[in-house]
Ligand binder design. Structure first.
Ligand code: 3H9
Length: 691
């Protein structure tokens, strides 16, 4: 029988096998087919019990997220769960893989749950800004206790098979032949009294005090995250409200949250992350090359961090320097980073030793000759990079992928220094490289599809989020960041103070504002780069010239008395900035917090529009993923392009026009793509997705 469920009966036991690739999400068709399976089980006197099993890599990944926000299609999931719960014949869930969200809710509505070794049971709805919406907030507490269930919901992390059994969420772990064990269990249950439905197991809730204690510990999160408050209220209902009524309230809360802009943003992120994993315009059948060994050129902070990424993924890596002293320093720093993890308790000594054993130091580029992938992470200087790529052309083995970790420079120019430009691309890691998730994979003009596929696949193995971008100054992330940095400085001259600018961004959800960040990184870093390229940032330049480099010198945009880590506003700063503004001929004024925020964020969006128009990024969602994983853009804001879509592009364009007028800076005028979409009443999300 075609359809998402195969229904077979053998010896009076029916087995409904779900087959709804890729992850058995609960589409309307699957919900309908499951309901049918229950009805047939009820109606057929020859059937004594039902087993629900699934094919593929998951049991059920949950509700079909792509249906959210659209008119609901029948039957609703709570109706399916209610039918399972009310069935007069026993139903056993055979969970071989992930049972998440609605998938776990289906399983919890069954009479019993058996899990295979690969099972993962969880309620990740909070990660989408939601709460479980099909009885999960009522059944999980009755199976595992209210306090533990609340934790499962607010963490959003699944339990493995053993932990699920220990918690009471599943009944037993079956090491092999799960389907046979589930059928046997169903047959056994069919001859005894029907197990009490989970909906009636109120004794399982556990002591109310334990739940209230867990709820109190979440009070702060609940203040800012409406779905956490909703989880707490729903679980509390399990004690106070009859089951059916509590499920109805849960459903209401679920639908209210679906409309919340935070949930919309988080759902956008879910799909954008998965889209970003697809490389556009790849010839059919492109296969990545095998990478068994890597080499990293440069043992500085970046090079060391990148080498750690390879070692952490189990790939042997050689760190190469030009002289022994630099190599020794780099290797010592690298080991120190691992030691710090051991001290913190996040890494065992054995794991550290295993990783260090995969990292070998060497002097001279000849040591890169046996590597399948070489990542250059030397000083940002084109002459030096070209020389290195020229040498690599001679020493690297045929087919090795030659990558540059440059943050800004032209990969095409580096590729031209070799006779194998097809092997050359960018792999731009973010600092600290062993921590930050983003990897911009830069596709240069001649990069071959299989070299590109290799970099993306290796990126994933290194636990990064690879996003393919094109060649331009600063690629996607830093090119947009430059717009924000310029506006931050400009806002100071026009009348804002560093703490007001930073507060606008932390209020928006960033962990840090640009000036606190600048103080942390060192104002001298940007100053030197600006001097080299003839650019100016009058306030930052004046601070650097006065030796105020930030935290490390005790003062920068803020003061850091006695080595404090958090800066305090400098009472001299307003006068200092006023003097500079006067010298620059800029009239200062009061600037509202709303303008500060828009001035920081909307020019980035404008640059994002140019990036899209040039094809440097393939999709608006890719730009969002860059900002989420490279710059800690708050996930519940969805990324800069989603943020702009949520504001409405007509509004964004009008604001940019206004800023261009106020500042006289024509680069703030809406980019052609933005202006066109705004005029057509469209958003970035409406742009055609590349293949
Ligand atoms: C919920 O259940 C609400 C209920 O309480 C109440 C309802 C009333 N829907 O991640 P992958 C797609 S909320 C639609 O690369 P993996 C995904 O887009 C839901 N599509 O695979 C991708 O498509 P494509 C609670 C989904 O093996 C493809 O499947 N559940 C869904 O690395 C492969 O995905 C969750 O939040 C979905 N639910 O990881 C679980 N899930 O190939 C969300 C996946 O076209 N899912 N897709 O790009 C996951 O965490 C992971 O997908 C999973 C598999 C661990 C299951």
């Amino acid at each position: 029988m075609a359809g998402p469920v195969r229904f077979e009966v053998e010896d009076g036991i029916a087995v409904a096998t779900i087959a709804n690739p890729p992850v058995n999400a609960l589409s309307a068709a699957l919900r309908g087919a499951l309901l049918d399976a229950v009805r047939r089980t009820e109606a057929d006197p020859a059937i004594r019990a039902l087993v629900i099993a699934a094919e593929g890599r998951t049991f059920i990944a949950g509700a079909d997220i792509s249906e959210f926000g659209k008119p609901p299609l029948p039957p609703p999931l709570p109706e399916v769960c209610a039918a399972l719960d009310a069935c007069p014949k026993p139903i056993v869930a055979a969970i071989h893989g992930a049972a998440l969200g609605g998938g776990l809710e289906i399983a919890m509505a069954c009479s019993a749950r058996l899990v295979g070794p690969g099972a993962k049971l969880g309620l990740p709805e909070v990660k989408l800004g939601l709460l479980p919406g099909s009885g999960g907030t009522q059944r999980a507490p009755r199976l595992m206790g209210a306090a533990a269930a609340l934790k499962l919901m607010v963490d959003g992390e699944p339990l493995g098979a053993k932990a699920a059994v220990a918690a009471g969420l599943a009944d037993a772990l079956v090491e092999d032949d799960l389907p046979a064990a589930a059928k046997a269990q169903a047959a056994t249950l069919a001859v005894g009294p029907l197990p009490e439905p989970v909906s009636r197991r109120d004794a399982g809730l556990g002591p109310r005090e334990a739940f209230e204690k867990a709820a109190a510990a979440l009070a702060k999160r609940a203040e800012t995250e409406p779905n956490i408050a909703a989880c707490i209220a729903a679980v509390r209902d399990a004690y106070e409200t009859p089951f059916a009524q509590a499920v109805a309230k849960e459903r209401e809360a679920f639908w209210a949250l679906i409309k919340d802009p935070r949930s919309q943003a988080l759902r956008h992120v879910f799909f954008a992350e998965r889209e970003a994993a697809k490389i556009p315009n790849m010839p059919e059948g492109t296969k990545p090359r095998a990478v068994g060994r890597a080499a990293v050129l440069g043992a500085g902070t970046m090079g060391g961090g990148i080498a750690m990424c390879f070692a952490n993924a189990g790939i042997p890596v050689r760190v190469i320097e030009t002289d022994q002293a630099a190599l020794d320093r780099g290797m010592a720093r690298l080991r120190g980073t691992y030691d710090a993890s051991v001290k913190r308790g996040s890494l065992t000594e054995a794991a550290r030793d295993a990783r260090m054993a995969l990292i070998e130091g060497a002097v001279g580029l000849d040591a890169a000759s046996d590597a399948d992938m070489i990542v250059e992470a030397v000083f940002e200087e084109m002459g030096l990079k070209k020389e290195i790529f020229g040498t690599l052309d001679r020493v690297a083995k045929p087919g090795a992928v030659l990558a540059s970790n440059t943050s800004y420079l032209d990969i095409d120019e580096m590729a031209a220094a070799t006779s194998r430009p097809g092997d050359v691309l960018g792999m731009h890691f973010f600092s600290p490289a062993n921590v930050m998730k983003l990897l911009e994979v830069v596709r240069a003009r001649h990069t071959s599809p299989d070299a590109l596929a290799t970099a993306v696949e290796v990126g994933r193995k290194l636990a990064k989020v690879p996003v393919v971008v094109g060649v331009c100054y600063g690629f996607v992330g830093n090119r947009m960041l430059a717009r924000r940095t310029a506006q931050a400085e400009r806002l100071l001259l026009e009348g804002a103070l560093p703490e007001q600018v930073d507060a606008a961004l932390t209020g928006f959800g960033f962990r840090m504002g640009p000036f606190a960040m600048s103080d942390l990184a060192g104002i001298d870093v940007g100053w030197r780069a600006r001097k080299a390229s003839g650019r100016r940032a009058p306030v930052a330049d004046a601070l650097a010239a006065a030796g105020r480099y930030g935290q490390k010198t005790g003062s920068g945009f803020y003061l850091y008395p006695e080595g404090a880590r958090a800066g305090v506003p400098d009472p001299e700063m307003p006068a200092l900035i006023a003097r500079i503004a006067e010298a620059e001929g800029v009239q200062r004024r009061e600037i509202a917090a709303e303008e500060i925020l828009d001035r920081l964020v909307l020019p980035m969006v404008n640059e994002g529009a140019r990036i899209l128009e040039e094809g440097v990024a393939a999709r608006a969602g890719d730009i969002d993923v860059v900002w989420l994983h490279g710059y800690n853009w708050p996930a519940w804001r969805g990324g800069p392009m989603h943020h702009a879509d949520a504001l409405g592009l007509a509004h964004v364009a009008a604001r940019l026009d206004e800023f261009a007028r106020i500042t006289g800076d024509d680069s703030l005028k809406p980019a052609p793509l933005l202006a066109r979409l705004a005029a057509e009443g469209r958003g970035f999300a409406s742009l055609k997705q590349p293949g």
